[in-house]
Design a protein around this ligand. Structure first.
Ligand SMILES: *Cc1c(COP(=O)(O)O)cnc(C)c1O
Length: 445
């Protein structure tokens, strides 16, 4: 006989909380988190998404990853620095360092003397070891903060703090007025602290004389921003750092990606070391793009300029936290990062892995096939670069089920197909890809 109303079989909250499996979880995560999971599972049962008998199981499964709204996902998009998926995946070394730094640490304390010390000196030392061209370095909250602090502090001149009545100015080419994503524009960011921008040149062309003519007594620095997420081709001209450096005011170069040295794979991507050798006074960039570390902002360059930034009041507002300091140091000193490995993934190996996944699911998924797939660097870096590889191609409707599976898998929709590109999936997780596809196939029946 059909069940008249399965919703009546949904267990009550106190019945679920009495489940022996949840007692330990309540101790660990707190009863509030567990109750929220119970309410969510009951709601899923009410809509028919899960059977009433599965409510307790669903709560246990839901809490197994902790009380987090953030869920770990498998990135099968082929985009190495996927902004919506948290950009760089951290190395194991960085994860261990974060764990070790979670408690009390000597982040601003000298264990030998028992006195206060400079914050995060180990991370700064690691950065300077990697970039010998820099006299000094500073690590802040993110790349935007690095640029903001550099322009604000240098525009304030030697006064050391922002004078609202007479804010200084910085000079930027119109071809480098960049929007970095989600509606954020770097010129707006720079002007948000009262700094004035003297724009020079046109969208496609700027020459040294334009900069020279724009320099005045209130000029704090010349700013060169890497147009990281687009390309202009044709009748173009920009002024190299080495020429800007002859004009007098310090040159601040925002390289964007945080690449420390030149890369053979990404020859058009500017790097910190080269910019400093060309005469930049300061170079800024992100720690969680091509460097492959945690979210941080890097500032490297002349000692006197870094010191001015360090003394500016804004420095405290963009301070980096101890977990990021621990992770960036481990990244700088550690083995190849996941970002580096994924960027250099061997197409032949990717093809073999995709073929193995296909072999394991073919019988259950009608129309699955192996297809060539171009990965991308992402994170607004190297927009023209293709990373040749392979993908498992599934019917487009699989995308939703894969995202909502036990281990969320995010693929790429292309030409009405759901592509799973394994470039950014650690090899050990291929079996979870197989399991996810098979779960999705069962839901598809
Ligand atoms: C990404 C980027 C930024 C911003 O860095 P965040 O770390 O995202 O704050 C600034 N400038 C350029 C050129 C960038 O590419």
């Amino acid at each position: 006989m059909p069940d008249p109303d399965p919703r009546r079989r949904i267990p009550r909250t106190d019945a679920i909380l009495a489940d022996a499996r949840l007692a330990a979880v309540i101790d660990e995560l707190g009863s509030g988190a567990v109750k929220r999971a119970v309410v969510a599972a009951q709601a899923r049962a009410r809509t028919g998404e899960i059977a009433p008998e599965r409510v307790a199981d669903a709560v246990v499964a839901d809490l197994s990853a902790g009380p987090r709204a953030l869920r770990a996902v498998l990135n099968a998009t082929g985009v190495v620095l996927h902004t919506n998926l948290g950009r760089a995946a951290m190395s194991d070394a960085a994860v261990l360092a974060v764990q070790a730094a979670a408690g009390y640490v000597d982040v601003e304390f000298d264990l030998a003397t028992g006195r206060r010390s400079g914050r995060g000196q180990g991370a700064v030392a690691a950065l300077l070891e990697r970039v010998p061209e820099a006299e000094a370095a500073m690590i802040v909250n993110n790349g935007a903060a690095a640029l903001l602090l550099a322009t604000t502090a240098l525009a304030a001149g030697d006064r050391g703090s922002v004078d609202a009545a007479a804010p200084g100015s910085v000079v930027i080419s119109r071809g480098e007025m960049v929007e970095i994503g989600d509606g954020f524009r770097l010129p707006d960011l720079i002007e948000s602290t009262g700094v004035r921008i003297r724009e020079v040149g046109t969208t496609n062309r700027v020459v040294l004389a334009d900069y020279r003519a724009a320099i005045g007594p209130d000029t704090g620095c010349l700013v060169k921003i890497h147009p990281s997420n687009f390309r202009i081709e044709g009748f173009t001209r920009s002024v190299p750092v080495a020429e800007l450096a002859t004009l007098g005011p310090p040159v601040v170069v925002d390289v964007g990606s945080g690449l420390l040295g030149a890369s053979a794979l990404l020859p058009d991507e500017p790097d910190v070391g080269s910019a400093l050798r060309s005469g930049a006074g300061l170079v800024t960039g992100s720690g969680d793009k091509l460097l492959g570390g945690p979210q941080t902002g890097l500032i490297l360059g002349r000692r006197d300029l870094v010191e001015r930034l360090r003394r500016h009041p804004m420095a405290r507002a963009v301070r980096v936290d101890k977990l990021a300091l621990a992770a960036i140091e481990a990244t700088l000193r550690g083995p190849a990062t996941p970002t580096e490995r994924f960027l250099h993934a061997d197409p032949g190996e990717l093809r073999e892995r995709c073929a193995a996944v296909l072999g394991a699911i073919e019988a259950d998924v009608v129309g699955a096939e192996l297809v060539p797939s171009d990965g991308a660097v992402g994170g607004g870096a190297a927009p023209g670069v293709r990373l040749p590889g392979w993908a498992v191609s599934l019917p487009e409707r699989y995308a939703v089920a894969l995202r909502r599976g036990a281990t969320p898998i995010v693929g790429r929709i292309e030409h009405g197909r759901c592509l799973l590109d394994l470039r950014c999936v650690p090899g050990a997780d291929d079996r979870r890809i197989v399991a996810g596809i098979l779960d999705a196939a069962r839901a598809d029946l």
